[in-house]
Design a protein around this ligand. Structure first.
Ligand SMILES: [Zn+2]
Length: 115
C-alpha cells in the first residue's frame, strides 16, 4: 500500500509548514491536489493519514481532495487538452510528440490552522 508512504510524506511537509513559534498548533483542514494518474486510492490515503497523524497537530484533520485532470500539450501545434485515460496523441494534428502537463501530482495546495 503506497498510500502509507505518501501519507507520511504529506504529514512531514505539513508539519514543516507550521510556524515554529506557534503554541499548540492544530491543523484543521488539509487541501490536497491529486492527479488522476497518481494512482492514489482516496479512502486508503484517508485511512493512512488517520494513522500517521495520530498525536500530531494534524490529528483529526479534515481532508479536502481536489482531483487534478490529466492535461496534455501537443509539442507540434501547442494544443492542450484533458483526458481521463492517458491518450498521448494530438486530436488536432495527430502528432505523438506530447507533454503531460498535469495528472501525476500529489501535493498540499494549502492548509488551515486553528486559531
Ligand atoms: Zn497537435
Amino acid at each position: 500500500m503506497h498510500e502509507m508512504g505518501i501519507a507520511e510524506q504529506l504529514v512531514r511537509i505539513a508539519l514543516d509548514a507550521i510556524p515554529e513559534d506557534m503554541e499548540n498548533p492544530r491543523v484543521e483542514v488539509l487541501n490536497l491536489r491529486i492527479g488522476k494518474l497518481a494512482s492514489v486510492v482516496e479512502h486508503s490515503l484517508t485511512f493512512c493519514l488517520e494513522i500517521v497523524t495520530k498525536d500530531t497537530p494534524l490529528e483529526n484533520v479534515k481532508l479536502v481532495i481536489e482531483d487534478v485532470p490529466v492535461k496534455i500539450r501537443c509539442l507540434a501545434c501547442k494544443k492542450e487538452w484533458e483526458v481521463d485515460t492517458p491518450m498521448f496523441k494530438c486530436p488536432d494534428c495527430e502528432d505523438t510528440e506530447v507533454k503531460m502537463l498535469s495528472g501525476r501530482e500529489i501535493e498540499i495546495s494549502s492548509m488551515e490552522l486553528a486559531d
